[in-house]
Design a protein around this ligand. Sequence first.
Ligand code: AMP
Ligand code: FE
Ligand code: FE
Ligand code: ZN
Length: 280
Amino acid sequence: MIDLHCHSTVSDGTDSPTALVDLARAAGLHALAITDHDTLDHVDESVRAGAAVGVRVVPACELSCTTPPGVGTMHLLVYFPAAQGALEDALFALRGGRDERNMQIVERLRETGVDITMADVLRETGDGTVGRPHIAAALVHKGYVDSIDEAFDTWLARGRPAYLERTRLSPGDALRLAHDAGAVTSLAHPGSLDLDDDALDGFVGALVDDGLDALECEYARYTREERDEYRALAGRHGLLPTGGSDYHGAYKPDLRLGVGRGDLDVPDEWLDALEARRPR
Ligand code: AMP
Ligand code: FE
Ligand code: FE
Ligand code: ZN
């Protein structure tokens, strides 16, 4: 069993990269990909930790992409990227765009009467990518809401009063940067695109034309039926299947590493197939 999607304190998880590797070992996982948002700063620590305890750690990250009107959220999982180069520079720029957007969100919250500062947010962060979950955590700690989900529902989710866009890569640019970095790509949690079956098929087909390699079919929050539908979709487009928990520690308390809500099981062979697909 393996887990190809989770987050550490280097983005919006609550376990350090080393703690995640220890959890993976305790769960009996053979391999782990930490997919922090817009950063690779978790890679060195986690690969070292993995080598020490006998868990294979795959370098990886998760990129947010622009979508056309009427399409929801698109995240791209990037596996085996080289550490230095154009991708790393793009990640650096994306984090800068986040910082600006985070500041605007905090300002917007203050305008609506919420007493919050950037310092409150930074107290919630690790040492990497700062995002909406950290703002949500600050709102919980200041007593404005009872949970992360309530903070999103009240202010931070798309369509809510303190939602603001940030810089993102187009899907084409993200795929090109990833492949140029020697990486293999998987479309994360395809349900978040919010498309019906036909539209999703067309959207995925266009990504395949741009070089998409895989589809995240085994996702902890999806039903068995949904996972089977995504397996069929992947099959129709010649995409490899990937899977993971999207574990974020306390930010998504319903999910456990490796097993999600208890029914996740990603086979080792999926990683072998993914690795075999690496560009030369
Ligand atoms: P950001 O990348 O800063 O825009 O924040 C996006 C992150 O917030 C996602 O990766 C999730 O971890 C989390 N998130 C997004 N929507 C929600 C929601 N409705 N409830 C809880 N967490 C969410
Ligand atoms: Fe996240
Ligand atoms: Fe995601
Ligand atoms: Zn994720």
